[in-house]
Design a protein around this ligand. Structure first.
Ligand code: ADP
Ligand code: NI
Length: 222
């Protein structure tokens, strides 16, 4: 078993180098915030293993299915490869793999329970980073990366009942708020994350109201 702090330090360097030039909303700064928030949640959660929480946060997006041809095992595989090379214990590797496998939002109609307490914390940290001002910025960064329009009032949001349908969605970015972001507040695991989500959620609601006003130039007098 390598020294836990050394393993975290090496993993930070590994992930930072991998994500430094990523422009789709999955950049190193996203990982850094998720790591920071997950660590803070772990400090308030005595039953959570800090090492598993931190490694799970650092590696949660290491090979996202969205950027690996839909391969959902790419992430767990990449994490296992890295952690084995670092001689991490098998029990730690398995729990980190589970976090990566279970963390993603898969559509409004699909439940995404986490099998470990560490996973609940990392999922909350990841979801907090998808809402609020940062969430708005990331949604449009992702939409821009995919060449999507900002908004199209003729395309109605969909309540995706399966992961397949959610994956294949190419709707305008505003729809993503109704298909995912406005629902994340209700899908958090911990009271601490729910408290943080309140203000972030209301900020998104204000943003959307103003966006739609400006879309129709309702704030411009004739
Ligand atoms: P997370 O990193 O929170 O697991 P995802 O991997 O699903 O989230 O997506 C990364 C970022 O891109 C998030 O901020 C998410 O809201 C955004 N995103 C994902 N899918 C879309 C989409 N269809 N339109 C706009 N933004 C999206
Ligand atoms: Ni993430």
């Amino acid at each position: 078993m390598p020294d836990a702090q050394l393993l975290i330090d090496h993993t930070v360097e590994f992930v930072r180098a991998k994500f430094l030039h990523e422009g789709s909303g999955h950049d190193w700064e996203h990982i850094r915030r998720v790591w920071q928030v997950a660590r803070a949640l772990a400090q308030q959660t005595p039953q959570a293993d800090p090492l598993v929480t931190e490694l799970g946060a650092l590696l949660h997006d290491v090979a996202d299915w969205k950027f690996h041809g839909g391969d959902e095992e790419a992430g767990p595989r990449a994490a296992r490869q890295w952690l084995q090379a670092q001689h991490a214990p098998e029990a730690v590797i398995q729990r980190v793999e589970a976090i990566i496998r279970e963390i993603s939002f898969k559509g409004l109609g699909v439940a995404t329970p986490m099998s470990t307490v560490e996973g609940e914390l990392v999922q909350d940290a990841d979801r907090l980073d998808a809402i609020g001002a940062i969430g708005v910025a990331r949604a449009f960064a992702y939409g821009g990366h995919k060449g999507r329009p900002l908004h199209d009032p003729n395309v109605a949001p969909i309540e995706h009942a399966s992961f397949e349908s959610y994956k294949q969605n190419t709707a305008p970015t505003i729809n993503h708020f109704y298909e995912k972001l406005l629902h994340l507040r209700e899908r958090l695991n911990t009271p601490a994350a729910r408290r943080v989500a309140e203000e972030r959620h209301h900020f998104m609601e204000r943003f959307l109201a103003q966006f739609l006003r400006e879309w129709d130039s309702q704030d411009v007098s004739a």
